[in-house]
Write a protein that binds this ligand. Structure first.
Ligand code: RTP
Ligand code: MG
Length: 140
């Protein structure tokens, strides 16, 4: 498997509880390199655009309000098979179903406030990285 890049968000429930470093350490322990990182606060319009794919889902409004409620940390992670590896480290969307040792098992509060986002495919990874970072910010 080739070296890939994926896009990650440390979500408001985690930044609020000062878990940024502990979550970043989980990525690094899994062999993922943080090649770009910044702390930002989304506007409602930005959150709605980012999660546009979920706009018809019943949790869309709640999700967007949550994502703007506190700053987030957006990152680009690089490594072998990075997309799948990151999702493995994150664990299942619902923390009640997440495997031992995963970020969501350890830190997530609920299916909505689940501490991290990670891209789900190469195409979405490329789109999501470009949504938040310019080429100049990617210094892998
Ligand atoms: P993510 O996109 O954040 O990496 O998470 P995911 O693929 O595991 O989950 P996805 O189905 O793409 O859902 C995106 C985010 O929406 C929130 N959600 N809330 N209340 C609910 O039933 C519900 N379901 C999903 C979560 O924050 C989820 O990560
Ligand atoms: Mg998803």
């Amino acid at each position: 498997m080739a070296i890939q890049r994926t896009f990650s968000i440390i979500k408001p429930d985690a930044t609020k509880r000062n878990l940024t470093g502990q979550i970043a350490a989980k990525f690094e322990e899994a062999g993922l390199r943080i090649v770009a990182s910044k702390r930002i606060q989304l506007t409602l319009a930005q959150a709605q655009k980012f999660y546009g794919v979920h706009s018809e889902r019943p949790f869309f409004g709640e999700l967007c309000e949550f994502m703007i409620s506190e700053p987030i940390v957006v990152q680009v992670l690089e490594g072998e098979d990075a997309i799948a590896k990151n999702r493995e480290v994150m664990g299942a969307t619902n923390p009640a179903e997440a495997a031992e040792g995963t970020i969501r098992k350890e830190f997530a509060l609920s299916i909505g406030e689940n501490s991290v986002h990670g891209s789900d495919a190469p195409e979405t990874a490329a789109e999501e990285i470009a949504f938040f970072f310019s080429g100049l910010e990617l210094v892998g």
